[in-house]
Design a protein around this ligand. Structure first.
Ligand SMILES: NC(=O)c1ccc[n+]([C@@H]2O[C@H](COP(=O)([O-])OP(=O)(O)OC[C@H]3O[C@@H](n4cnc5c(N)ncnc54)[C@H](OP(=O)(O)O)[C@@H]3O)[C@@H](O)[C@H]2O)c1
Length: 202
């Protein structure tokens, strides 16, 4: 598969590492432009490249929006159209203030629906938001099982694509239903929300 990743920070890099190892091609982008990612791309090897956010969005099958809550508006504005794109959203409504994590105000709306409203026409799949990045970066094979990745989304085809990508990287994707049904289960603060490292499929 070809995966564009907008946001090459802690989470985006962890996913890029898994996906390139699994044989997928990844194009990463950050706010500092492609040249700033030369070292990371070299480290990830031949399946990785860098580009602009638009180039990452245009790259292929799935686009990952791996930016912080407060960066989502500027990041999505870098792409001319989100129509018909499959977009994996790991964004939690958190912001770091003086080294502490605080919940951002979502206006009472589920956070992934707030993100989805910024990218009209996209098929949004929520996922990969429950493990701290350093845990996500580890081998998902643990104690004879595989770490579970909870997914939610309204489009079955988009969810299948993200589930296949997830499984190919050694995780076990679990479909929790639509954004409205399944999404709140694994929002940060939800019953299955993170930070969590120990849900295994055995
Ligand atoms: N870190 C975790 O443990 C964790 C766990 C679960 C979920 N998440 C979620 O994952 C998301 C990313 O978190 P993170 O910890 O990876 O954040 P991060 O380390 O701060 O990385 C954010 C990345 O987004 C890039 N970016 C910002 N604005 C951009 C734009 N306009 N266009 C392209 N790239 C842009 C930044 O670019 P620069 O590098 O140039 O600054 C940076 O590479 C957050 O929404 C968070 O809630 C994180």
């Amino acid at each position: 598969m070809k995966v564009g990743i907008i946001g090459a920070g802690r989470l985006g890099t962890a996913l890029a590492r898994h996906f390139t190892r699994a044989g997928h091609q990844v194009k990463l982008s950050s706010s500092r432009g492609p040249d700033a990612l030369t070292g990371l791309v070299g480290e990830l090897g031949g399946n990785a490249s860098a580009g602009t956010a638009q180039e990452a969005a245009d790259f292929g099958d799935v686009v990952v929006l791996a930016v912080q809550w407060d960066q989502k508006e500027s990041a999505v504005a870098s792409v001319s159209s989100w129509q018909d794109r499959t977009v994996l959203v790991p964004i939690n409504p958190l912001r770091e203030t003086e080294g502490r994590l605080e919940h951002a105000d979502t206006g009472g709306r589920p956070p992934t629906e707030v993100v989805a409203s910024l990218i009209p026409g996209a098929q949004v799949v929520k996922g990969f938001n429950t493990y701290p990045a350093q845990v996500l970066a580890e081998d998902p094979a643990v104690d004879g099982g595989r770490r579970i990745v909870l997914l939610a989304g309204d489009d079955a085809g988009a969810k299948r694509k993200v589930a296949d990508l997830t499984d190919s990287a050694g995780f076990q994707a679990v479909d929790t239903g639509t954004l409205a049904e399944g999404g709140p289960l694994f929002d940060s603060g939800g019953p299955l929300g993170g930070p969590r490292k120990d849900i295994l499929a055995l």
